[in-house]
Ligand binder design. Structure first.
Ligand code: PEP
Ligand code: MN
Length: 362
């Protein structure tokens, strides 16, 4: 079944395409002061169009900070008054929608935990009927494309036309690099089936680590995504939620400066080209290679401990000779050159020895 969504522009930025839609602000609203000081600096970048702050926080385990609730709506309004930024928050229930409409928010988004549940989505959709607020739908936690488009359809059928999607990555038990695997194929398929829907990438929730936010942001722009949602906080280290992934407004300004905006090729977006598809495959293989090398080094460390406990030397020449011969032959059988295989194995072996030496000397 094809995807038939009726979409209107959610932002003028999309029309003149000067800069992708940029949504930023703290994971959670904590105090009026925290919101205002963050927002004032975000507004100074001149590139942020929406301020975000979670008021109702869906937490995985009970006992964590569950948000300040409706009183944060007043703080959001103050942010708009002082900075001129548009204001937004996450909704999960009809009651949240009603409170946000009453407060006159410019945009609301539906979180990943909510978009997994068609009952909740329908409840939110019903509460939105007859309004024209902008709504963004995050992908569900699990990599289920149908569930994501089902959520978009329910909201769209309730009459919401200023509609967009947020790609925040997918839970994956195997993933070690990112908090949520990006699985770019899924947003790309959404774009293919519905080219008019804006897709905003959320590098903060994909990476879970602030150091990786620029990398995923650039990737999103290179794949012609329409915008970014990046969590920012005036003092990220002491944030009440998601502290490892938030950046200061100053760091955000730097990220914006360093991002490269490449030219779109008319109606033929770059991500559709064969080159981009092949690059995604390479990215995936490189991810896998790094994960596997890291797992191999962990085993080398265990061997190092075992050797230390049993007072055995690190280097056993016959074992190394055997590895070298067997692996080089295996590599050659798979089309890899003898010299590449030797150099690669030597590098890996040197790193194992370095790790084991550290253990011996610890
Ligand atoms: C958030 O945006 O802070 C949030 C809770 O995100 P997600 O729904 O993507 O987990
Ligand atoms: Mn968050």
């Amino acid at each position: 079944m094809g995807l038939d969504l009726k979409i209107e522009n959610i932002d003028n930025n999309l029309q003149n395409a000067k800069w992708p839609i940029l949504i930023s602000g703290p994971c959670s609203a904590e105090s009026e002061q925290q919101m205002l000081s963050t927002a004032i600096q975000l507004a100074e970048t001149g590139k942020v169009s929406y301020f975000r702050a979670g008021l109702w926080k869906p937490r995985t385990r009970p006992g964590a900070f569950e948000g300040v609730g409706a009183k944060g709506l007043e703080w959001l309004k103050k942010v708009r008054e002082v900075t001129g930024l548009k204001i937004s928050t996450e909704v999960a229930k009809a009651e949240h929608v009603e409170l946000c409409l009453e407060a006159g928010l410019d945009m609301i988004w539906i979180g990943a935990r909510t978009s997994t549940n068609p009952f909740s989505i329908q409840e939110v959709a019903d509460a939105l009927r007859g309004t024209d607020i902008t709504v963004l739908v995050k992908n569900p936690l699990n990599p289920d494309f149908q569930l994501w488009i089902g959520a978009l359809e329910r909201i769209n059928r309730a009459g919401v036309k200023k509609l967009g999607a947020i790609h925040r990555g997918f839970s994956n038990y195997d993933e070690k690099v990112f908090r949520n695997s990006p699985m770019w194929d899924i947003p790309i398929e959404l774009k293919r089936q519905c080219p008019q829907i804006p897709i905003i990438t959320d590098p903060s929730h994909i990476t879970g680590k602030r150091e990786l936010v620029p990398f995923i942001s650039q990737k999103a722009l290179d794949l012609n995504m329409d915008g970014l949602m990046i969590e920012s906080h005036i003092t990220p280290d002491i944030a009440w939620s998601d502290n490892a992934q938030q950046v200061t407004p100053a760091v955000l300004a730097q990220i914006i400066k360093e991002l490269v905006l490449r030219k779109h090729e008319g109606d033929n977006p770059a991500f559709k080209t064969q080159l981009e598809k092949l690059r995604l495959e390479i990215d995936q293989y490189d991810n896998d290679i790094i994960k596997i090398i890291s797992a191999r080094m962990n085993v080398a460390a265990k061997i190092g401990q075992y050797k230390r406990d049993n007072e055995v030397t690190i280097l056993q020449m016959n074992r190394w000779e055997q590895i070298l011969n067997q692996r080089v032959a295996l590599g050659e059988a798979m089309g890899l050159s003898n010299s590449f295989m030797k150099r690669m194995l030597q590098l890996v072996h040197q790193e194992s020895i370095r790790i084991q030496t550290d253990i011996m000397n610890a």
